[in-house]
Design a protein around this ligand. Structure first.
Ligand SMILES: Cc1ncc(COP(=O)(O)O)c(C=O)c1O
Length: 480
């Protein structure tokens, strides 16, 4: 392939086709065989330095040579978060339609910041945001929202909005409440927004890892007596560790009584709204003022796609509108929304397209069935573990997350030995590159955590991994 039109950074039509088809072939193959691929692609810094370090390439390299190098040396050395045996953190079981839609959005290089920048793209963002508002029973008429790069940015956008609406300019005495299980992105957001440690209350959770309402009420009362100004409660709907959902109805009542902003971080658990069982667990979520959900988690989208929904779209525009002189000609009329006025980014990629195309192509019912499948799979795993003499369930199946540890009843292992044993199991599993199963800590115990939102994960996959765990546990116990 020649690169004859180098100064235009372009290829001929035939060259583009050859190159593009090759990439489609690589992707189709990837999606087809991903289940039998090695899930872990870890490499040390030294290994990656040896494989990939290079100087600035001033001169051209044939396009196919670059592509081959990337396929062989880069794509083969990454973790596959869409793999059925990627059980850790929050997997991202993406889909091919969305991957292709992203290529279209990038290929056309669509500017999704303003109506005049791309009217149809903005309209699709409005449509898809409305779908999400409806799913969560937020008011479609007054409500609004925005797609972001992920949950962290959605939480930051939400808290900036809450601060602006509730505190105005002076937030020196304002305080915010969140549980000890809330996601770290919220603490980052609070810090970025300039709140001091003394303005943040970390509320302990109960035995089910849900925010303690009694402790929350005590903290608010104490703050008011001390002259502080409570302004926001941040509830989590699907904590990262255990999938637990804070008592949303009770938190909503407190927010109403105390006139506080209610933000719900549903970045992980929000997708469960599609299923009847999930909706029961998420009861009260509709009462939030703002809600983070992450399409790149349980709505099966590739990175990067988060979303913030709000009860009143004017809260966003009041917080983020700026009117620089160089944008005066693209302002448009009131019905023509400029998403740059609803969030932090001016130049934004066309994220709505992949959501739109994949939901339309597969139908939302297929998404719902996938969520139902994962909820059931996790419950089945819980039953399997409970019926085994080797395993102890530390936190039960909740929103497709389960935590357990190897704790064989015939050995009388100390807590310290159990921690070491389970750490060993996890390390061995990851080192074999057969699965990604890492630990977390719950109530001072090291536990193995599985997040099973991938609809392509089967019970056979899980059993294979559990068998491997048992093999490594035996190995460890024999050496004791
Ligand atoms: C509950 C929760 N909130 C926020 C985030 C941050 O989302 P992102 O990684 O998309 O920025 C996560 C990520 O796992 C999460 O689980």
């Amino acid at each position: 392939m020649s690169t004859n039109n180098k100064t235009h950074l372009s290829l001929s039509k035939d060259e583009m086709k050859e190159y593009g088809y090759k990439i489609v072939d690589i992707l189709a193959e990837h999606f087809d065989v991903i289940n039998s691929k090695t899930v872990v692609g870890q490499g040390s810094r030294t290994e990656m330095d040896a494989l990939l370090s290079e100087d600035i390439p001033y001169k051209a390299t044939p396009a196919m040579e670059v592509l081959n190098h990337v396929t062989k040396d880069v794509l083969a050395n990454v973790n596959l978060l869409s793999h059925p045996k990627f059980y850790s953190f929050v997997p991202s079981p993406s889909n091919f339609i969305s991957a292709m839609s992203d290529s279209l959005a990038t290929g056309f290089n669509i500017f999704s910041g303003s109506w005049s920048g791309s009217a149809a793209a903005t309209k699709l963002e409005i449509i898809t945001i409305h779908w999400l508002l409806k799913m969560f029973k937020f008011p479609v008429k007054t409500g609004g929202g925005i797609f972001t790069s992920g949950g962290s940015m959605a939480n930051l956008t939400a808290l900036a909005t809450a601060r602006n609406v509730k505190c105005g300019e002076d937030y020196s005495k304002s305080c915010i409440y969140l549980s000890d299980q809330a996601h770290s992105s919220n603490i980052k957001a609070i810090r970025v927004l300039g709140f001091k440690k003394e303005q943040v209350r970390i509320i302990p959770t109960d035995m089910e890892f849900k925010m303690s309402i009694n402790k929350l009420k005590n903290a608010i009362a104490k703050d008011k007596l001390n002259g502080m100004k409570p302004f926001c409660i941040l509830a989590t709907a699907g904590t990262t560790n255990t999938g637990s959902v804070d008592p949303l109805d009770a938190i909503a009542s407190i927010c109403k009584k105390e006139k506080l902003w209610m933000h719900v971080d549903g970045a992980y658990g929000g997708g469960a709204i599609l299923s009847a069982d999930g909706r029961t667990l998420l009861k009260g979520i509709r009462k939030a003022d703002s809600l983070t959900v992450d399409p790149h988690k349980w709505f099966f989208q590739p990175y990067e796609m988060g979303c913030l929904l709000v009860k009143n779209h004017k809260w966003l525009s009041k917080t983020f509108s700026e009117k620089p002189e160089y944008l005066r000609d693209v302002e448009g009329n009131k019905s023509e929304i400029n998403f740059y006025d609803h969030g932090i980014q001016l130049t934004r990629r066309f994220r709505a397209l992949k959501f739109y195309m994949s939901v339309k192509t597969f139908g939302l019912d297929a998404f719902r069935e996938a969520v139902d499948y994962s909820l059931k799979l996790t419950e089945d795993l819980e039953e399997l573990l409970r019926n085994s003499p080797h395993w102890e369930v530390v936190s039960p199946a909740t929103l497709a997350v389960i935590n357990y540890r190897y704790n064989p009843i015939k050995y009388n292992l100390s807590e310290k030995q159990l921690d070491k044993l389970n750490e060993y199991i996890s390390k061995k599993i990851v080192n074999t590159r057969e699965a990604v199963l890492v630990t977390t800590i719950l109530q001072n115990q090291v536990v193995l955590r599985m997040c099973l939102i991938n609809p392509r994960t089967t019970m056979d996959d899980i059993k294979e991994t559990i068998n491997l765990c048992e093999k490594y546990a035996d190995e460890y116990l024999k050496a004791l």
